[in-house]
Design a protein around this ligand. Structure first.
Ligand code: ZN
Length: 304
């Protein structure tokens, strides 16, 4: 599998080897062609109008965007252009800012991401995800002292010299699995889903568990089905707020479904013909187009 999921970086060099090179960083922060991707309270700056595009800001404005708690974060390079991000959540109303207000509006990527170009959506998702982590790790989880950003925003260090703990951005792994039996797959519905939508099964990884163990446990917990042939497919960053979705396909050993009433409103087996016949008016709708859930289903549909 080489096809990437939406929000997976396509064309970005994260420049991980240069993050701790102070001279290089200073040079990039002062290079006139460098750009800034602002994030405000979890929202990204995008154009208004029918076609939604990412808005980035001239690096010359960086000093006016940072604050005590919000320092520049290096995202990386796209071609020759270096991109930084900065969280501007300290501003009460960024549309009143001289530069930001004239450029576009702040929007929730979950609403606009799927209609943006993937190479823009992935950069905005990355900016949103890493700033979310900074916002929630201003204090050391070991001793409670304040932490400071370092390595161009890719770690935080405790300011208590005796503690000196280093904290790294956290990603919560979740397994998502297309379960098949002959020409049918399991789709289930949770009450939190949009109306009519059903999806493949998913759940968070627990400590001490392999991804394959997680797939088997979640599916048995949610619908009472035992699995074999649990095979990794591909993954998707899902920074809403901080997940990585790890996609699998697995074969069911039994087909009787016992949906967990706490987790699921319903679950059922659906054939390729049923799923291929879905129209926007159907009582059954598939997951959103930018999701790995949809990608797993579409790949399976294309095989039959
Ligand atoms: Zn500490």
């Amino acid at each position: 599998m080489t096809r990437k999921n939406f929000y997976a970086t396509i064309n970005l060099d994260r420049a991980a080897n240069q993050r701790s090179d102070a001279n290089w960083l200073t040079g990039q922060l002062n290079a006139p062609e460098s750009r800034v991707v602002p994030v405000w309270r979890g929202q990204n700056l995008v154009s208004t109008g029918a076609e939604i595009t990412m808005i980035d800001i001239d690096i010359a404005h960086m000093d006016g965007l940072t604050s005590e708690h919000n320092q520049p974060v290096l995202l990386g390079l796209v071609g020759e252009t270096t991109y930084f991000s900065v969280d501007i959540s300290h501003m009460e109303n960024p549309v009143e800012h001289d530069v930001l207000g004239s450029q576009g509006e702040f929007a929730d990527l979950r609403q606009v991401g799927q209609i943006m170009a993937p190479e823009q959506g992935n950069l905005l998702a990355y900016a949103r995800g890493i700033n979310y982590w900074h916002q929630r790790h201003r204090h050391c989880g070991v001793c409670g002292a304040p932490t400071l950003s370092e390595a161009a925003g890719h770690q935080r260090r405790c300011t208590d010299a005796a503690c000196n703990a280093v904290h790294f951005p956290r990603t919560d792994s979740a397994c998502i699995v297309l379960v098949y039996h002959e020409d049918k797959i399991i789709l289930a519905r949770a009450d939190r889903f949009p109306p009519r939508m059903q999806s493949v099964l998913a759940g968070f990884l627990e400590p001490g568990e392999s991804l394959e163990d997680c797939v088997a446990r979640e599916v048995f917990e949610e619908v009472g089905v035992k699995l074999t042939d649990i095979d990794y497919q591909h993954s998707q960053p899902w920074p809403f707020p901080s997940s990585l979705m790890v996609g699998f396909r697995a074969r069911a050993l039994n087909t009787d479904l016992h949906p967990d009433p706490v987790e699921l409103a319903s679950a059922g087996w659906f054939s390729r013909d049923e799923l291929k016949a879905i129209t926007p008016e159907s009582d059954l709708q598939l997951p959103r187009a930018d999701s790995i859930a949809r990608h797993l289903i579409e790949e399976w549909l294309a095989e039959g």
